[in-house]
Design a protein around this ligand. Sequence first.
Ligand code: COI
Length: 355
Amino acid sequence: MKFKTRKVETSRVGTVDFDHLSFGETFSDHMFQMDYAHGEWQEPQILPFGKIEVLPSLSTLHYGQSVFEGLKAFRSAKGGINVFRPEKHAERMYHSSDRLCIPRVDKQLFLDAVDALVTLDQEWVPSKKGTALYIRPFTFATEDYIGVRVSEKYSFFIITGPVGAYYKEGFNPVSLMTSGEFVRAVRGGLGEAKTAANYAASLLPAYEAKKRGYAQVLWLDALEEKYIDEVGTMNICFVKDNVLITPPLQGTILPGVTRDSVLQLARHWGVQVEERRISIDEVMSSIKDGSMTEVFGTGTAAVISPVGEIYHRGETAIVNGNRTGPLAQKLFDEITGIQSGERSDPFGWVHHVDI
Ligand code: COI
């Protein structure tokens, strides 16, 4: 699909230090925009990345009726650009949108918009190992109304930007702590939707954790505060007695695209996989008795992020001597290899964009 396009007069790409990319601070020249009014999506357009004008009465600012996605594009070793599992992200946005009463953005249009933006801003796709073009689609309510109700107007945007590692630790192990005070999501709530409120709920506990030297909070279930849910910005996996264990998708955690990729790869390799509830007590005791040899997070931004230390109620457990384990390493190498086109793609995850 061809989109109405207004290009920048001068690109900013020359001002970017591609050797020192952080996460989420740099944005490419263009963005995609489409508004919803009178019960339907209006004409889409691509325009220069820039300010949008809103009134202080914008409903999203008050009640958070918004959803988003996060996916990545990579420079392919074979030439062109690889986008990783864009269909899966478009489908997840359907589910998040349904939960928030937000109109769906058609999957094909989502995919065409990603292709068009990536093609237009191809110079922004970094090539160094460990970097990517992060793609952030999002929809939010735009009605100027401060009563609490479902909005009748929305905007869908896609912005992109080159990124490096999400954590300052890079691929080195991060430390996590449970929160003795706060919970993130309860079944029937918003935990499985990619919506602003989930992240808002995590900010204070994550801030407190950071002050204590931990990278993130390891969330426990909200009812018993006993079973592991996920981490603020990633799903979590454990390796115990050579079995890969991860909490099941039961409504409180995000159905991660990287989580799904990890489970498919592990099964393909013959690793035994269990999607089951796992308690923090089991985690702490099995790390200590040596049967749990690896813990790692999975996420689009985090990729595979080894966990070296977990703090829970006054106790600390050090995983695998605070070193990256073999399965985390193998998964990281395989997933990043598929993304960059250096390894074969048996599941057809890569969407190739010719440039
Ligand atoms: C992602 O992994 O893409 C996320 O959206 C997590 C975080 C940066 C919000």
